[in-house]
Design a protein around this ligand. Structure first.
Ligand SMILES: NC(=O)c1ccc[n+]([C@@H]2O[C@H](COP(=O)([O-])OP(=O)(O)OC[C@H]3O[C@@H](n4cnc5c(N)ncnc54)[C@H](O)[C@@H]3O)[C@@H](O)[C@H]2O)c1
Length: 256
């Protein structure tokens, strides 16, 4: 029960249905509940989010789903209000929602650029902005921003994704410094290549999958639980001396 008594809001948490391919947010929501947290799952995928929350409840966990488009400030206001209405406080925010855009510089349209910056960078900022007042009332909290190894190093494509995940990395440090004295910790996680609903279509391309696997010293792509364990650690008091840090979980990809 490493998260007993904590209330968490997780964005992009719709893919957490047992026996289906899970995403980081869905896997983290399940793990959080097993560790004693009460969890609000936010996503634009209402059907998946409702199914995940219902399964968690059926297994004895305490979870609800709220519709949340992370690019909308009003949605964040409503999601934080729903969290406090249901569970009385907010202790943990996981900014996890995201989409991909594997384009070179010349292929990246202005709209594609804006879309990536909006969902990753602006979405993380808006969530943090709305969560902090509740965390101040609670006497502290933990904010976990899901960046990527693509927020640390470059690749042949994904231009706007790199820029957006890099922004998440440094926004994390800025917020961490500002709120360290208020007992609000802010850390980023940098997952490597993982098999989730977001990546499953591109991994069907054998040449791309081979290219990826050559870059992973541990010899396998990651799964959602590999990242969820890191999210639980940063949410728990076990990481109480960590803020502004980058937790890289990538099978060694960026170590070489
Ligand atoms: N899978 C990987 O290899 C990998 C690697 C590094 C980082 N990431 C990041 O991890 C995060 C989770 O991705 P995942 O791989 O677990 O896939 P996922 O498909 O489970 O997660 C993305 C979720 O975000 C939701 N979403 C998309 N746009 C949204 C919006 N505007 N508002 C609210 N929700 C929205 C989707 O509906 C989906 O449920 C993303 O930020 C992704 O960029 C993934």
């Amino acid at each position: 029960m490493r998260l007993e008594g904590k209330v968490a809001l997780i964005s992009g948490a719709a893919s957490g249905v047992e026996s289906e391919l899970m995403g980081f947010g869905g896997a983290a929501a399940r793990m959080f509940c097993r560790e004693g947290a009460k969890v609000v799952l936010g996503d634009i995928n209402t059907a998946g989010g409702e199914r995940t929350a219902a399964q968690i409840r059926a297994a004895g966990g305490d979870a609800i789903f709220v519709k949340l488009d992370v690019t909308s400030e009003q949605d964040w206001i409503d999601a934080v209000a729903a969290t406090v209405a249901a569970y009385g406080t907010l202790n943990v925010l996981v900014n996890n929602a995201g989409t991909g855009a594997r384009y070179t510089v010349e292929e990246t349209t202005a709209d594609a650029w804006d879309g990536q910056i909006d969902v990753h960078a602006k979405g993380t900022f808006l969530g943090t902005r709305q969560a902090i007042p509740e965390m101040l009332k609670a006497g502290g909290g933990s904010i976990i921003n899901i960046s990527s190894i693509y927020g640390l190093v470059g690749s042949p494509t994904s231009t706007a994704y790199h820029a957006a995940k890099g922004a998440v990395r440094l926004f994390t440090k800025s917020a961490a410094i500002q709120y360290a004295g208020d007992n609000i910790r802010v850390n980023s996680i940098h997952p490597g290549y993982c098999h989730t609903p977001l990546t499953t279509r591109s991994y069907e391309n054998e040449r791309y999958l081979d290219w990826i696997q050559e870059r992973i010293p541990i010899g396998r792509v990651g799964v959602a639980d590999d990242i969820a364990y890191g999210i639980v650690f940063l949410a728990s008091d076990e990481s109480s001396f960590m803020t502004g840090s980058e937790l890289v979980i990538d099978g060694g990809t960026t170590a070489q």
